[in-house]
Ligand binder design. Structure first.
Ligand code: MN
Length: 330
């Protein structure tokens, strides 16, 4: 057996703990079913895999418990049929994320790993904000087919799962609905973000990336330099010379190619990461010893044509978690 990974910012003794934050939320996009992601991953044995194979303790936090999300969503949709706002279900997305944020901020200790399972990618507003409350200098690696950086003013669809990074970076804050104002100011600097896997980016988003000089590795860069070089460059960029810089990974499974494994996700885009590239990213980031938090989002089991497709997507979601927590091939 290889030596266990040393997690510099976390407890490395027998008490080391993963706090699993369940975020079964689908209000940031149009499809039902993405709220079932956490359930399917847990039923696939995720907790057992973390505890038994990788020897972490686990605890589960349920920040959205008690909210009647389906009712709140219906109410929001009814109201918006008349008001036709530019962003959809804003107050609901803000409320759910405030709960996730508070849970991550208050329910997780600095020496514990934060694992948030979505849900659609809008839940990263809460999870990243919560992580940054404990590790303010953390860098963010956003693995995704999409940049998710539309602002309240540039979004074409109004679906807030396409906007979380703009909220975290406080873009167009003066135009935010009041319900989002709990998000701390000066939260995430744009030079602490690195994207990997992009291949479907709106024109307005391209401009935002360019204007803010945000480090973004598309599939082109992976083809050109290889996944190893890309991940090294991403880590170096967000770490800014600090070899102990804490790292959070926000992993949208739509980064992975639909033909490779991920057919059950809401916004599939062809020509993505293959399965080894998808997991190598996690293995290598984990190997730095600096990873402190992970989101796994956009697993939607209801979008599978058959059980095999569902299983493949759910299984790679679980693999992403294990590889981020120290699972190695040897
Ligand atoms: Mn995303």
């Amino acid at each position: 057996m290889s030596a266990p990974t040393i997690f510099k910012h976390l407890k490395n003794d027998a008490s080391r703990t993963v706090k699993i934050v369940l975020a079964p939320f689908n209000g940031g996009q149009p499809h039902g079913g993405v709220d079932l992601g956490p359930d399917y991953m847990l039923k696939h044995g995720l907790r057992y895999q973390i505890e038994d194979k990788l020897k972490w303790k686990t605890e589960v936090l349920k920040p959205l418990e008690g909210l009647n999300l389906e009712n709140l969503k219906k109410e929001a949709d009814l109201k918006e049929k008349i008001t036709k706002p530019t962003i959809k279900r804003a107050d609901l997305v803000a409320l759910a994320n405030k709960k996730i944020y508070e849970s991550c901020r208050d329910g997780i200790n600095k020496g514990e790993f934060q694992l948030t399972i979505g849900g659609d990618h809008s839940i990263a507003i809460g999870s990243v904000a919560g992580l940054l409350s404990r590790h303010p200098n953390a860098g963010l690696i956003w693995i995704d087919a999409h940049a998710d950086i539309n602002t309240v003013n540039t979004t074409e669809t109004g679906n807030l799962h396409g906007c979380p990074v703009s909220f975290l970076a406080n873009m167009d804050r003066k135009d935010w609905p009041e319900s989002f104002k709990w998000i701390p100011e000066n939260l995430l600097a744009t030079d602490k973000i690195a994207y990997i896997g992009l291949r479907d980016v709106d024109e307005a988003e391209k401009k935002i990336l360019k204007d803010n000089n945000i480090k973004a590795f598309s599939m082109y860069h992976i083809d050109r330099f290889g996944i190893n070089s890309v991940v090294e460059q991403a880590i170096a960029h967000i770490s800014k010379g600090d070899k102990d810089c804490p790292i959070m990974v926000s992993y949208d499974v739509d980064a992975i190619d639909p033909e490779a494994s991920v057919k059950c996700t809401g916004t599939k885009v062809d020509f993505g990461l293959n399965n080894r590239e998808a997991l190598f990213l996690c293995e290598r980031i984990c190997e730095t010893g600096n990873v402190v938090a992970l989101d796994v989002v956009e697993v939607n089991p209801t979008l599978g044509a058959d059980e095999k497709e569902i299983l493949k997507t759910v299984a790679i979601g679980c693999s992403i978690v294990r590889c981020s927590l120290g699972e190695t091939l040897l």
